[in-house]
Design a protein around this ligand. Structure first.
Ligand code: ZN
Ligand code: ZN
Length: 234
């Protein structure tokens, strides 16, 4: 685990796992996404190591709130496998919540359609909802395209964007060929994110960008340009 900036630690996604971030203040903690976990077999395999680490993190840090950027297995597998062991609140967009609460396996694990248990969602968020952790105040931005309910979190004072699988560093972006994926929506979402003055980008995969000199926004603009070219025919 690595502290990126004061109050935010990063658990590197192992293999096809997603990145997991923990935002903490003196009294509150919020975990972002949960990796592949060890409970559900998927086309990506299972990642027992990450499940063990998550187990430890959840116990040691006493995490009660977990925000999911969307419902794909590489982001929700950890909580699916740990939900019977620990008591935590799941927070996500109301659109993604529908798939999690019904255990919509074909949506959550679209590659093998492995059976996924339903997951109770405690808070179902709409566009503009605010998640506060100490002096961090994250606004929920609905950024559809990778899936129809994918969301990002934006901290406008500290210029931090948590982008799930919508935008990645190095001009990359999330795939749009899975269920409810939509290339036009993804381009609109990238366009929206490229207008923010992002300094710290915490993506669902690949290492975060922490730009102190040059704006990270340039990287998002590059993703937008690439998506406009590569998705033009979809
Ligand atoms: Zn995904
Ligand atoms: Zn992912």
């Amino acid at each position: 685990m690595k502290e990126i900036i004061k109050g935010i630690t990063w658990l590197l996604g192992q293999g096809l796992d997603c990145n997991v971030f923990i935002i903490e203040s003196k009294d509150e903690k919020l975990m972002i996404d949960s990796g592949l976990g060890g409970g559900v077999t998927s086309a990506f395999g299972t990642n027992v190591n990450s499940s063990k680490i998550l187990n430890k993190v959840i116990i040691e840090k006493k995490i009660e709130n977990i925000f999911l950027t969307h419902s794909h297995i590489d982001h929700v597998g950890g909580v699916l496998s740990l939900q019977d062991k620990y008591d935590f609140n799941i927070i996500t967009s109301e659109i993604e919540a529908q798939h999690l609460e019904t255990g919509d396996s074909a949506y959550i694990e679209p590659f093998l359609g492995s059976k996924c248990p339903p997951l109770k969602v405690s808070k179902k968020l709409k566009e503009g909802a605010i998640l506060e952790v100490g002096d961090f105040s994250f606004e929920v931005l609905l950024t559809p395209g990778h899936t129809h309910g994918s969301c990002s979190l934006w901290e406008s004072n500290k210029k931090i964007l948590i982008s799930g699988d919508t935008v990645f560093p190095q001009g990359s972006f999330g795939r749009t060929d899975l269920r409810t994926g939509n290339s036009k929506d993804l381009i609109s979402s990238l366009n929206r994110l490229s207008k923010l003055e992002v300094k710290i980008l915490l993506p669902g995969h690949m290492p975060p960008i922490i730009s102190l000199s040059k704006s990270t926004t340039n990287s998002i603009k590059e993703s937008l340009q690439n998506a406009r070219i590569m998705l033009a025919n979809y």
